[in-house]
Design a protein around this ligand. Structure first.
Ligand code: FE
Ligand code: FE
Ligand code: ZN
Length: 282
């Protein structure tokens, strides 16, 4: 089996540029923000750029690209305007993603800012029920969070509760961020099997569609969310390689969001590729 691995890239130059950058650093997928992380208006899509990208991606076997919603959106907000902005932005992102059919769209569930987890969960699911379309080809992922402040998604149960309320749940999935779950208190360093069993029991591993591979600057359970370069943090290379090669995580694409420029990413991608135990059908 081939490793699907990439990193977060700037979308400033368009899709073809991201595809070429990915190929130049040994990646066969990538993540990008759908717009400025502050959530402002997205640039108009350029049909020629999309066409050229799709052709290049086909040639280079670049797939399962992951669009990341602006992290400032809050679908769980108690403020109707903030929620409306999240709904409009995500609906627009999903419309645009259909020009690149069959890919992934990840978002941070949100923060309940005092209303309570249950109310926040209801509001997130309500927005998903308004924006998901039966005919869409994009899969929407809830990201596992570090549980910072009133953030929802720091516990697997919270993600499960959102999924339980979504009508078109066949279009949904989960993205596991290694830094976030570690900071959230899941012991992926010394009990990866146990954490994956828990994920499976609560959410179902069949829902896991992407991995954000990051080391962490902080101790387990710190609820901080500060990413570190692979092997330079509190998770460490050995634990990250165990995640990479875990039999239950086979075939799930891996995206780096480590504090790196392109050469640093190229080095981490090369490291993951050599550490990956692919099996026969390489
Ligand atoms: Fe994220
Ligand atoms: Fe992440
Ligand atoms: Zn993070």
């Amino acid at each position: 089996m081939k490793l699907r691995v990439g990193c977060h890239l700037s979308s400033a130059g368009g899709f073809l540029k991201m595809g070429k950058t990915a190929a130049s650093i040994g990646a066969n997928t990538f993540q990008f923000f759908t717009r400025n992380p502050r959530g402002s208006r997205a640039k108009a899509l350029d049909p020629e750029d999309i066409r050229a990208f799709l052709e290049f991606a086909e040639e280079q076997d670049i797939r399962q690209i992951l669009a990341h919603a602006p992290y400032t959106l809050n679908a769980a907000s108690g403020d109707a305007h903030v929620r409306e902005f999240a709904r409009e932005t995500m609906a627009d992102d999903l419309r645009r993603m259909e020009f690149l059919p069959g890919n992934l769209y990840n978002f941070h569930p949100g923060s309940h800012v005092g209303q309570g987890t249950e109310e926040g969960i209801k509001k997130i699911a309500e927005i998903l029920n308004e924006i998901l379309r039966p005919e869409q080809t994009t899969r929407v992922l809830l990201e596992t969070m570090a549980g910072k402040g009133t953030e929802i998604g720091g516990r697997f149960e919270e993600l499960r509760a959102i999924l339980d309320r979504v009508e078109l749940v066949e279009h949904m999935g989960v993205c596991l961020d290694t830094c976030h779950v570690h900071d959230g208190g899941y012991d992926i360093v010394s009990d990866l099997d146990g954490v994956l069993e828990e994920f499976d029991a609560v959410i179902g591993l069949d829902r896991l569609k992407a991995i954000h591979m990051n080391d962490s600057k902080n101790p387990p359970g710190s609820h901080k969310d500060r990413h570190e370069k692979l092997g330079e943090g509190t998770i460490g290379k050995e634990a990250l390689v165990r995640i990479l090669n875990h039999p239950r995580l086979r075939g799930i694409p891996v995206y780096l969001e480590t504090p790196n420029e392109l050469p640093g990413y190229a080095g981490e991608i090369a490291f993951l590729k050599q550490a990956f135990q692919g099996g026969e059908d390489h």
